[in-house]
Design a protein around this ligand. Structure first.
Ligand code: PMP
Ligand code: GLN
Length: 387
């Protein structure tokens, strides 16, 4: 029997569907995989439905339909005062996941090095390794998880081509402040690096904190792309529409890979997302306020159940230290609460690479983009079980 590419076949199935399957089997409330339990705005769904019936349902342009690319450019102006040329500086992708893959395949080649800040979102490492590039890891240290400039500098070599950042951060719920962004920008300018910014939670930041795209810092636009996801912005994770913004040179490189991966994305869904970008400020205000209330509800419930709850500044996720309630490692603990307490979570160690020695194994990530009664019931179950 021939063997398969170990970069993919040598890895377990992704932790997110794995925990969802365990949750289903156990009949547990699924606070593992991050997805809302209520779909986004009905008006967006109506546009998708009408556009499907009216057609045409044929290939879209590789770069995305013009009305969505224009909407992406307007969105950049509206929220970040970025002047983006829709024709050359935007690209529609089939979810941020595909956009990330297209970016890594478009930019990296064997012999290159990429820097990842651990913990990091699961798909980055296999996608980067599949290009033939190698990864240098910089571990953020609990409990503050702040980026240390010296640690970053140590990870950079003459072979380093690219660094990936994720803010707001999954799984930490942390938002990079200007000081941390300056550390990245300074290193990128000095070492001539490309920065791939995973900003899928750009509109999920709480307590009136700002989201600062790295590309708004001086001299950073030309070396930065930012990747967003309609799945997160409009609570439609199944739509699989993502968007990439950046300078023409980088966008073209990503497009050249995208055209041989997803090629294009479904036209009716692109039309619907273009419509979504036109929603008023009210939509975004309510979206954030609603999610913030859910964060507060679940954080209080987890605290009450005995966990040490870390602050959450953005995203769908709150991370807890499990040591006050369990001596197990995070993976065993998440399986145990799924099958016994009937509440699923994701272990933080899943966001580390096997090459990283001694990742913390005492954090669990809970997803709070669920209805209030679901969060209340989950907290009650955890408290009852852990008492
Ligand atoms: N990056 C991060 C940090 C994420 O949390 C996710 C999905 N939850 C993605 C990328 C992928 O987004 P999409 O569903 O648009 O592929
Ligand atoms: N990003 C979501 C999470 O972190 C899940 C996405 C997925 O299943 N690929 O839970």
């Amino acid at each position: 029997m021939r063997s398969f590419n170990p970069i993919f076949s040598g890895r377990e199935k992704s932790i997110f569907p794995t925990m969802s399957a365990l949750a289903r089997e156990a009949g547990a409330i699924n606070l593992g995989q991050g997805f809302p339990d209520e779909d986004g705005p009905k008006e967006i769904l109506s546009v998708a439905a009408d556009a499907t019936i009216e057609g045409p349902n044929q290939y879209a342009p590789v770069e995305g339909i013009p009305e969505l690319r224009e909407a992406i450019a307007r969105d950049n102006k509206r929220f970040y005062d970025l002047d983006i040329d829709p024709e050359t500086q935007t690209l529609v992708v089939s979810g941020a996941t595909e956009g990330l893959a297209a970016a890594f395949l478009g930019f990296l080649e064997p012999g290159d090095e990429a820097v990842l800040l651990a913990p990091f979102y699961e798909c980055y490492a296999p996608q980067i390794e599949a290009t033939g590039a190698t990864i240098e890891f910089v571990s953020l240290e609990p409990p503050g998880w702040r980026l240390d400039a010296a640690a970053l500098e140590k990870a950079i070599s003459p072979k380093t081509k690219l660094i990936v950042i994720n803010t707001p951060h999954n799984p930490l719920g942390k938002v990079m402040d200007r000081n941390e962004l300056e550390i990245i920008a300074d290193a990128a300018r000095r070492h001539d690096l490309i920065v791939v910014c995973d900003e899928v939670y750009e509109h999920l930041i709480f307590d009136d904190r700002p989201h600062i795209p790295l590309m708004t810092l001086p001299d950073m636009f030309e070396r930065t792309i930012r990747i967003g996801s309609a799945g997160k912005t409009f609570s439609l994770t199944g739509f699989r529409i993502g968007y990439v913004t950046g300078p023409e040179r980088l966008i073209t490189a990503v497009m050249k890979a995208h055209q041989h991966l997803a090629y294009t994305s479904p036209v009716p869904l692109q039309k619907a997302v273009a419509f979504g970008f036109g929603l008023g400020d009210d939509y975004y205000r309510r979206f954030v306020a609603d999610m913030q209330a859910k964060r507060d509800l679940l954080s209080a419930g987890l605290q009450d159940a005995g966990f040490d709850v870390a602050p959450c500044e953005g995203t769908y996720f709150v991370t807890v230290d499990i040591r006050p309630v369990s001596a197990e490692d995070d993976a065993a603990f998440c399986c145990e609460i799924t099958s016994e307490a009937k509440v699923a979570a994701v272990p933080l160690s899943a966001f580390y690479h096997p090459a990283i020695d001694n990742p913390p194994r005492y954090y669990a990530r809970f997803c709070f983009c669920k209805r209030h009664e679901v969060l209340t019931e989950a907290s009650k179950r955890l408290k009852g079980y852990l008492r």
